[in-house]
Design a protein around this ligand. Sequence first.
Ligand SMILES: Nc1ncnc2c1ncn2[C@@H]1O[C@H](COP(=O)(O)OP(=O)(O)O)[C@@H](O)[C@H]1O
Ligand SMILES: [Mg+2]
Length: 273
Amino acid sequence: MSSPTAQASASAGRIFEIPDAESEVQNLPGAVILEEIHGQVVFNNVTFRYFGSGEPVLKHVSFEARPGETIALLGATGSGKTTIINLIPRFYDVSSGAVQIDGQDVRKVTLHSLRRQIGIVLQDTFLFSASIMEIIRFERADATDEEVIAAASLAHAHNFIEHMPEGYQTMLGERGQGLSQVQRQLLSIARAALADPRLLILDEATSSVDTRTERLIQQAMDKLLKGRTRFVIAHRLSTMRNADQVLVLHAGKIIERGTLDELLARQGLYFDL
Ligand SMILES: Nc1ncnc2c1ncn2[C@@H]1O[C@H](COP(=O)(O)OP(=O)(O)O)[C@@H](O)[C@H]1O
Ligand SMILES: [Mg+2]
């Protein structure tokens, strides 16, 4: 692993299925370091088209996530959930409007200082083959073994890791071969817990797991997420219930917003979904 930054962007690219060649985002002249953030995220009238032409896939999207809030994104496939998330670590630049973190336009800060403060927990987050220890430590190269183990314990991953043939030294194949989907997710929670970012992006697993496992993952997430600003692509009602704001997307627009109870009371589009 020559450059952790390159690896991180490459792996994030894979997560979001952005071929590297298409991602032209670079540091702009005069980019400054984004200092330690509180975690406020603002979309200010954001319109976005992929590759400069065609219909915008986001149209005049505005919202504010206050530090520590949970924002659930809800909407049919193709409505723009992943695109919204892609704009926060600046995998793409907006066509118009702005994405701001703690009041700073993400185009005006360095990619490294931006992305290192954003944790991403998805299901298939391993691009490279490495030991479990290295995978958890990936974004915090300076972490001690004890810190890695503490993060794994918090994520409820310690037990299954200890039962692997070589424990934390067990090598995993690319994309986490040799682990179940749930185990991969717990490992990515451990990794995010160790990195401890103020801002987290989560894509809930859609595959069905038993209720005990689901509770385990939920508990691990809740510990990890305490006080963090989080964006969750939500598939479960329980997640939406815990969200401070649910943003309902349809064809690139926010068509409803509020708490789950407010949306249910209004019986709007959400009600049909
Ligand atoms: N890399 C891309 N190039 C062009 N269009 C894309 C790309 N990724 C997604 N889209 C289009 O953008 C729209 C929103 O997609 P997406 O944000 O992935 O929605 P969701 O995550 O809600 O399913 C869809 O119409 C999709 O086809
Ligand atoms: Mg998506």
